[in-house]
Design a protein. Sequence first.
Length: 281
Amino acid sequence: MPKLIDVHTHVHFAAYDTDRDMVIKRALEKGIWLINVGTQKNTSQNAVELAHKYEGVWASIGLHPIHTEKSYHDSKELGSSSAGNEANGFISREESFDYDFYKKLATDPKVVAIGECGLDYYRLTEETKHRQAEVFVKQIELSSDIKKPLMIHCREAFHDLVDILNANRSRLNTGNPGVIHFFSGTLDDAAHLMDMGFSFSFGGVVTFARAYEKLVKGLPLERIVLETDAPYVTPQSHRGERNESLFVEEVAQKISRIMDKDFEEVAAQTTENAVKIFGLK
Ligand SMILES: [Zn+2]
């Protein structure tokens, strides 16, 4: 068993184009396993290809809510030359959910979850809201179809998230529906989601945003897993630098302080949780 598992990272993104192999090995050598999470067709495909090159590296595949609309582009994710990326024929800035494409990719044994999928109301238009819901429900269906858990992204949309999940409750994988990544809801939202069987992942934000302390303290350790969301959300001691899976240890340390538990207990329990949820071996 690994010491720690970073259940949500993006080392397949453009931010690591010059040193990806070193970044992955730095984590693996410290006993840290990782799940690279796709956000659209090309980043999902890349996550799967990368997972096949290393033991201890897995993939999650899906369509992120912000990629269901046209305007979004992040150079850390997709590279700075958007013209070049478009030329390779895979980048879509307004992707509709291609069920057959994702289903085929999802059957790969290195794929351990569907997502990131969900709702993001940070930059919202009413039209986007409908499209996000529609694409999310298709990924709930896929998760049920292939019996792999959901990797959910939710920003400023917990009320609708709970409603959509409740309406699709019969399709959620019994006992193991998945993880809400970068959980930023309330303890009340968490109660609804736990009732459906979901767990929650926390990353670097807990090391610098005190608002998360009450939230983490209010959740059972059996429902918590660790993440970095790298290259984003770098923990406190590396602020200003690019984030990477190695830094997940600082997240575990902070959670152990917040919960007043030993680091070893937090490391072992979150690892056991992640192994169970994602079926890692
Ligand atoms: Zn992410």
